[in-house]
Write a protein that binds this ligand. Structure first.
Ligand SMILES: *Cc1c(COP(=O)(O)O)cnc(C)c1O
Length: 484
């Protein structure tokens, strides 16, 4: 079988007509193989039905049988300039001609250094020092450990052992143990809580708390609550951690204007570090390069991943200030070193493509094109909001979330077991769009390079998917194919 796979690639034959040595269609063999051997993330493997994406072109993804789909989730929120962008591909290939990987443990590489310099140029003020790792979760783990160690070392005469972190309800910061300690999406994390630490949680001003069903606090209430926590635990809190403007995985929960800068003021007043997780919101997603720039906020630590390499390769960055960096300086024997690292941190291939992505932001004036796209998405969202089974609709930049509900007036949710969100996304495939829901929230989060015409098509497919999945019985048959 693998001989024929490589034969297919070498001959450039269309794979939907490819057959394996025993004359079975290649796609059928691959699907079976996938089901047998690949354990997919966040997926119930007993119910999993493979869809094999073989190629990408701009905002389109193409499966092994030649069906085309708009990439409505930006390949899990990370694609920026579309797939197979010629300049990104060239940057990657040219770096391959030098070296694919060398370690950044005590060594460096010209491409990674140049990428760091260019990143610092576009950072919110004061963020000058970059710790590279490989995923959003690892950017967060590094941030938590840096914050803890910072307080031990900031004042040489008076080490502070601050072990607490404050996080927001329904927050999502990744799936590693430290990241779930500050996470608040209970359906992902509750099971594992005995293995990790528990952050101090404050209610989200962006939507109802799914764990407690408490009402959404106003901006002023949320800030007052936060201040009480800061007063109560003064001296124990290492950092406040949050996703600025929008809590993505929590269900596209959008914060009221002023919350972020209110949090920044309070963290300054009580001398608590502010860690902003811009893994999802960074690199243009909310309309500005970084979400925190919309409220003129600079954190003490900024976490980046997803869009950092425009969705090409895994890479993450934990960016911090001179103040934090200085606390780690000293002679080796003083033991002030940050003893933490990841094998592929600062990988030159990822840095090469990240660097070229920054050039593309500049040369293609991508941020300037966003307002028109964001407005167009809003028009579509307003229309979709009128559907009978759509409750709240939330938008932040080029992202929208649609709550599916049984009853519009009372906002009664569907029984979660019916997986209406997943069904709507499966149905949208037939209309030519790939989407990924968050529970019963249907999410549109396309590459930023999407054209207005493609956005129209994506929203039409989403609307039809929602209609198909909410107006029929729960057991809608899944994943039939769209017209090629
Ligand atoms: C995706 C995400 C993470 C985790 O990133 P991974 O690369 O999946 O580890 C962390 N924080 C936010 C806000 C995210 O959206």
């Amino acid at each position: 079988m693998f001989t024929s796979l490589s034969f297919t690639a070498a001959s450039g034959q269309r794979s939907d007509r490819s057959v394996t040595e025993d004359d079975r269609p290649l796609t059928a063999v691959l699907r079976e193989c996938d089901q047998q051997h690949v354990w997919h993330a966040f997926t119930q493997m007993q119910e999993y039905e493979p869809l094999l994406i073989e190629r990408g072109e701009g905002c389109w993804l193409i499966d092994t049988e030649g069906h085309r789909y708009l990439d409505g989730s930006a390949s899990m929120w990370c694609n920026v300039h579309g797939h197979r962008h010629p300049r990104l591909d060239t940057a990657l290939i040219s770096q391959l001609g030098k070296v694919a990987h060398t370690t950044n443990l005590g060594l460096s590489n010209p491409t990674t250094v140049e990428f760091a310099r260019r990143l610092v140029e576009i950072m919110p003020v004061g963020l000058t020092r970059i710790f590279f790792s490989d995923d959003g979760s690892t950017a967060i783990e590094a941030a938590l450990k840096i914050a803890f160690q910072f307080w031990l070392q900031a004042d040489r005469d008076r080490p502070q052992r601050r072990t607490k972190f404050v996080a927001i309800g329904d927050a999502y910061h990744g799936d590693t143990l430290g990241a779930i300690g500050i996470g608040g999406v209970d359906r992902f994390t509750a099971l594992f809580m005995p293995l990790t630490f528990d952050a101090i949680r404050v209610p989200s001003p962006g939507g109802p708390d799914h764990a407690t069903s408490a009402a959404t606090p106003s901006c002023a209430e949320a800030l007052a609550h936060l201040e009480r926590i800061f007063v109560e635990h003064a001296g124990d809190i290492a950092a406040m951690v949050m996703e600025p403007l929008m809590q993505a995985a929590g269900g596209i929960l959008v914060h009221p204007v002023g919350y972020l800068c209110g949090v920044r003021e309070l963290t300054k007043k009580y001398d608590i570090l502010l860690i902003l997780d811009e893994v999802a919101t960074g690199f243009g997603r909310t309309g500005s390069m970084f979400a925190c720039q919309q409220e003129q906020v600079s954190p003490d630590i900024l976490c980046l991943a997803k869009g950092l390499t425009a969705g090409y390769l895994p890479m993450a960055a934990t960016v911090t200030t001179d103040r934090v960096w200085d606390a780690f300086l000293g002679a080796h024997a003083e033991r002030r070193t940050f003893f933490h690292g990841h094998t592929y941190g600062g990988n030159p291939l990822a840095a090469a493509v990240g660097l070229e992505s920054l050039n593309l932001f500049r040369d293609e004036r991508l941020l300037d094109q966003l307002p028109a796209k964001i407005d167009r998405l809003r028009e579509h969202a307003d229309r979709i909001a009128r559907l009978n089974h759509v409750g709240d609709v939330r938008q932040c930049g080029l992202t929208a979330g649609f709550d599916l509900v049984v009853d519009k007036a009372s906002r009664t949710p569907f029984p979660w077991q019916e997986q209406r969100g997943m069904q709507a996304c499966r149905a949208a495939r037939r209309h030519g769009a790939l989407l990924r829901p968050l529970g019963d929230v249907v999410v549109i989060m396309p590459p930023l390079s999407i054209t207005l015409d493609e956005l129209d098509r994506l929203c039409a497919a989403t609307e039809r998917g929602i209609q198909d999945a909410t107006t029929r019985a729960a057991d809608l048959s899944s994943a039939p194919s769209p017209a090629p």
